[in-house]
Write a protein that binds this ligand. Structure first.
Ligand SMILES: [Zn+2]
Length: 354
């Protein structure tokens, strides 16, 4: 199927052209996820349903691989994130599933130290070692948002989610170009799994940096030895490491597997990402923005690294699927945002801090 060879933005635009493309493109997107899970579980579709029905979301390298759509990027472990209150039932459901339990060699529950838990926002984890050498990790969020641990991953390449109905990428402009901002304040709490992930990122030619200025497009421009562009932090492209971010702002990419079939409504009703308990966060970085994004940010106060929030609905269209946006023909991430968007959420009572 040639749609499998398109990058995610291309397949999203291509499937918006007609119903036939839509069917093929949607199948291709679903196949991207299930093909990656097939090495871990015998029934990937049932596994995705099981995880989503228990409020879990896929993250880590499996979600990254979904966005990159690179067949060669095959992680050796699947990371699933759960809210603190859904965790036990999700673990039970996975361990009790006969088709999965037949493949399990050993499993263990691990409770993190308090220090690690507040650094990474992961309270505990279930490690399932499969008989084929691969692993499934289920992480319990330190908060009511399953997304919280992803906000503390060591790099923006890993702040992506995929569920039965939806998917999101926080920094598509970087991630899809195999670039990532490093959360260097997180690196002291590296786990062996983090190290393995970083090795795989580097082996797939990811460029990782604390500052966007590491890449030519985001440097100050000099001409004839004189500076002619001012220092900028690229806030307008949602790349300033100090700014507050959330899934649904115009720097992020949010999509649905079957937007015409009502997947967005299912996410709203079921309180599934990008709706329900989510997070506003900023990267854990030593980067210091010269434009004051640390203390002048419109969504996070100075010193605040995250706020759990509840997205109830989407009255202003900020979580519009880029696939259905026919006005510009581009994904939402390439449009400049109105800084008043969050004000509108708050004013209309659709955005609630928890
Ligand atoms: Zn800034």
């Amino acid at each position: 199927m040639f749609a499998d060879n398109m990058d995610i933005l291309t397949v999203a635009r291509w499937r918006a052209m007609c119903r036939i493309n839509y069917a093929h493109g949607t199948s291709s997107l679903r196949r991207t996820l299930t093909n990656r899970l097939r090495a871990f579980v015998p029934s990937p579709h049932a596994f995705v349903d099981l995880v989503t029905s228990h409020g879990g979301i896929f993250g880590g390298e499996v979600a990254l691989s979904f966005f990159l759509r690179l067949d060669s990027y095959r992680p050796s472990f699947v990371e699933i994130y759960s809210s603190n209150y859904n965790y036990e039932k999700l673990c039970e459901a996975i361990l009790d599933d006969p088709s999965i339990s037949a493949r399990i060699k050993t499993h263990s529950f691990f409770t993190n130290t308090h220090s690690h838990a507040i650094h990474r926002l992961v309270a505990s984890s279930l490690n399932i070692h499969l008989s084929n050498g691969l692993s499934i990790l289920v992480h319990q969020s330190y908060t009511c948002s399953p997304f919280a641990p992803m906000s503390r991953t060591p790099s923006t390449a890993l702040s992506n989610f995929v569920s039965r109905y939806s998917f999101g990428c926080s920094h598509p402009g970087l991630t899809l170009a195999r670039r990532a901002l490093l959360a260097d304040k997180v690196t002291p709490s590296f786990t062996p799994y983090d190290s393995a992930t970083f090795e795989r990122l580097l082996s797939h030619n990811f460029s990782i940096s604390v500052s966007p200025s590491a890449w030519p497009e985001y440097r100050r421009v000099f001409e004839d030895g004189s500076l002619w562009t001012p220092e900028v932090c690229w806030r307008e492209k949602f790349l300033c490491p100090n700014q507050g971010r959330f899934f649904g702002d115009k720097g992020s990419l949010v999509g649905y597997f079957d937007p015409l079939g009502g997947d967005k409504g299912r996410c709203v009703k079921g309180q599934l990402a990008p709706f329900g308990p989510m997070l506003i966060w900023r990267i854990m970085t030593t980067f210091e923005c010269g434009d004051g994004c640390e203390y002048l940010d419109e969504v996070l106060d100075q010193g605040v690294t995250y706020i759990p929030v509840l997205f109830r609905s989407d009255p202003v269209g900020e979580l519009r699927d880029s696939i259905l946006d026919r006005r510009t023909g581009t994904a939402s991430l390439y449009r400049f945002t109105s800084t008043a968007c969050l004000d509108r959420y708050i004013r209309r009572g659709q955005f609630v801090t928890m």
